[in-house]
Write a protein that binds this ligand. Structure first.
Ligand code: CA
Length: 247
């Protein structure tokens, strides 16, 4: 017995209405679905996110589906690749990126989901009408919320809301969070940069994510809603539907 999820995906990205370039990057393969949100001056943010996504793409190209360990190793290689880029081009010192996503990895019972996260981009799962944030934000405001110092609503408008406590591009490397999740028919996954979640409340995200049957239309609708709401940041989403699971 080996479980095989049948998945379909869609993705969209938009520079937004305020920024003049898009520092987000995304990766969609048959089994790997990733978003990276770059930071750093002089256009270095978009280099960091692109370098990170390319490292994960190379790993997937070599051995898809990845093992759980190989996915984490790919994220660690993304960190190293950014550091190499900084050594090659010192003006890019300080560039960094978040990276979060899901991948179907080889588990004992067949393919299963592995969620990876470094930074404050997010993975959500919609199942039975309920939206759950699977990743924990690595950010100063998330720490303050966990300590009970501020409410989640205050975090949305807090002046420190953009300060991450973990990212890729650091030495020593920040740890990578991982979560394993059995695939379930009918579930919908959302991988997104904070340009989406800073504009839309969870209820709005859940409503759009649950619409229709086409992941590309859902991805487009999510990005469109965030841009219409203000688009103060780059907005990137990858949407993955688990259509069924064969055993
Ligand atoms: Ca962002």
């Amino acid at each position: 017995m080996s479980q095989q999820p049948v998945v379909v995906s869609g993705s969209a990205t938009h520079v937004g209405r305020v920024r003049d370039h898009n520092e987000d990057a995304l990766l969609v393969t048959d089994t790997v679905f990733v978003v990276a949100d770059g930071m750093g001056g002089h256009a270095s943010g978009e280099v960091a996110s692109a370098v990170a996504v390319d490292a994960v793409r190379r790993a997937a190209d070599q051995a898809e589906p990845l093992s759980p360990q190989a996915l984490v190793a790919a994220v660690e290689e993304a960190n190293a690749a950014i550091l190499r880029e900084v050594i090659a081009t010192p003006s890019r010192l300080g560039m960094a990126t978040t990276l979060t996503g899901i991948a179907l990895v080889q588990g004992e019972a067949g393919l299963t989901w592995e969620v990876v996260n470094v930074g404050d981009s997010r993975v959500y799962r919609l199942a039975d009408g309920a939206l759950t944030q699977i990743t924990q934000d690595h950010s100063e405001v998330a720490d303050l919320v966990r300590m009970g110092a501020i409410t989640p609503e205050e975090a949305r408008h807090h002046p420190a809301r953009n300060i991450v406590t973990r990212c890729l591009g650091r030495l020593p490397p920040d740890p990578v969070d991982t979560f394993l999740h059995e695939p379930v028919a009918g579930e919908r996954w959302l991988v997104c940069s904070d340009g989406l979640t800073n504009e839309l409340e969870d209820a709005e995200v859940a409503s759009i994510l649950g619409q229709g049957d086409d992941p590309q239309s859902v991805a487009d609708a999510l990005v469109e809603a965030a841009v219409e709401h203000g688009g103060r940041d780059n907005v990137t989403v990858v949407v993955v539907f688990t259509r069924g699971v064969t055993h």
